[in-house]
Design a protein around this ligand. Structure first.
Ligand SMILES: [Fe+2]
Length: 231
């Protein structure tokens, strides 16, 4: 895929930032919504439970969430898939028991102008490692495993690639500290932009083109909400 609009996407880019967007009560309400939503995916292999933020479970919460996002992002469109009725999901919750590997959530449509992803931790222990390196093709999981590279994604599934690799080995100390779930050779040419230690009450905003992963240190489980946006 060769993405059109790549210049427009780049013009909208900015450094990752961490802000306080939701009150304690709002975080509590979002977590309660999570508990009441049906499970979409329970992937036992990856040890992850996913739920979609369906509209109309709590209409005032839906409104609050959208208006707070508008406050920080300005105009945007949701890009988290839609329900059977054609209603946007407002985000994807995921509860993981093992750390996510190296990937990018750059979307599946080459005409879209991808914008920011908004990550709100709902449980305290965990971290997201964001690399300076960016990717403008489809959503991809990065691997050097020959078998995994043969994977043919269905629509809506991540591609597999090793085209992210560059020259220069990865920092051993950082690998040891945060990234032991990833083969160090799969990090060649990457540099860390930010290690974001999750803090309930904060929200991380970053460009969708950033290559990222979880840190290897998860205690029990990690629950977060991510909303993907486009212009
Ligand atoms: Fe992600």
């Amino acid at each position: 895929m060769k993405r059109k609009n790549i210049d427009e996407i780049k013009k909208l880019e900015s450094l990752p930032k961490i802000i306080k967007l939701f009150s304690e009560q709002e975080i509590k309400n979002i977590t309660e919504l999570y508990n009441s939503l049906p499970v979409t995916v329970h992937n036992k292999e990856q040890n992850i439970i996913k739920k979609r933020w369906l509209q109309n479970y709590n209409k005032s919460l839906d409104k609050m969430y959208i208006s707070k996002l508008k406050e920080v992002l300005g105009e945007f469109k949701m890009d988290n898939l839609k329900s059977d009725k054609g209603e946007d999901f407002l985000g994807l919750f995921h509860e993981s028991f093992s750390p996510l590997k190296l990937h990018v959530d750059s979307g599946f449509e080459d005409k879209e102008i991808i914008f920011k992803q908004v990550v709100t931790p709902l449980s305290p222990i965990g971290a997201t490692v964001i690399f300076k390196n960016k990717w403008y093709k489809k959503s991809t999981s990065f691997t050097i495993d020959e078998e995994e590279l043969k994977f043919k994604p269905a629509p809506g599934q991540n591609e597999r690639s090793r085209e992210h690799l560059g020259k220069g080995g990865f920092d051993r100390e950082i690998h040891q500290k945060y990234l032991t779930h990833i083969d160090i050779n799969n990090l060649n040419g990457l540099t860390v932009e930010l290690v974001y230690q999750w803090q309930v009450g904060e929200t991380l905003i970053m460009d969708r083109s950033h290559i990222h992963c979880s840190s290897s240190k998860i205690v029990n489980k990690k629950l977060g909400l991510t909303t993907f946006t486009k212009k």
